[in-house]
Design a protein around this ligand. Sequence first.
Ligand code: KG4
Ligand code: ZN
Length: 339
Amino acid sequence: MLVLGIESSCDETGIALYDEKLGLIAHVLHSQIAMHQQYGGVVPELASRDHIKRLVPLLEQVLIANGLAVSAIDAVAYTAGPGLIGALLTGACFAKSLAFALGRPSIAVHHLEAHLLAAMLDDPSLQFPFLALLVSGGHTQLIAARALGDYQLLGDSLDDAVGEAFDKTAKLMGLPYPGGAKLAKLADECPAEDYKLFPPFPRPMTDRPGLDFSFSGLKTHALVTWNKSEKNMRAQRAIAYAFQQAIIDTLTIKCKRALEASSSQRLVIAGGVGANQALRTALSAMMAKRAGQIYFPRAEYCTDNGAMVAFAGFMHAQAGNFDTDDTVTVKARWPIFQA
Ligand code: KG4
Ligand code: ZN
């Protein structure tokens, strides 16, 4: 079975092919970052229009590169939510039309479930059940993944998602959009003697029970510290470091708590912030101490991509979960426990 995966929930157009025997055979991505940069954030209407332009050429590109005819596709998986409604509609309409024209089934994929399953692309030894930390631009969640399509939300962000906090903190120090990865780079470049240039940042909501997160205060703390500083590269690096450490400590404490509460020994990291190397190192050390296993998708499968959608589609195809009609249905909001 060959499954086409289509991702268009935000500002990346992703197309991938997952083959039952060969695994992932193709995966291409067009990022709209350059287009949205001048606006300092994603402009939804521009995102939708760009997806429309990219979908067909990207599909042609992967088919030609692999010497495949479009008729070789056995099922078409697409991100049906959550995400920007117009952007989702472009991928969903394309996917459902193509499936209809080919006489093949289509498969609606939950974007967050696709992020959670992405770690299995490189490591098929990963099995359900597991605990997942989903850290992206839109979500900070702790999820008990019990089986395919069976998820329990254990903790959620009360305000800014962790990736959003990274991006906003980067922006307030003048870094270009999207600044998350650039802020992380500055943090990693901070010399050890400057780690304590500023008093440590708070570890929000770690002093009370529960698994929810709140990162908007941390961004305000960064702003106040930045405004009082000399606003030079040294201050930028030290603030980036203190901010990143606060995030890492907070996430590590909450993961530990969730592992204890769920008696789980398997932790999966998913979403764009999962590409953060310092976070990976800290969580790996925590899991090693507990003699547990930790799984990360490779960095290119952490941020939005078509590979994770093709793979999630393949998993659902194996389980017999196909769309039951030709109606195009997408959901801007779609909690993972309803996946
Ligand atoms: O999963 P993703 O690609 O898109 C969403 O579905 O949100 O995540 C994007 C987020 C952005 O906020 C970006 O700044 C952040 O992930 N990000 C990082 C790093 N790489 C990407 N944050 C911290 N450190 C990184 N290395
Ligand atoms: Zn995402």
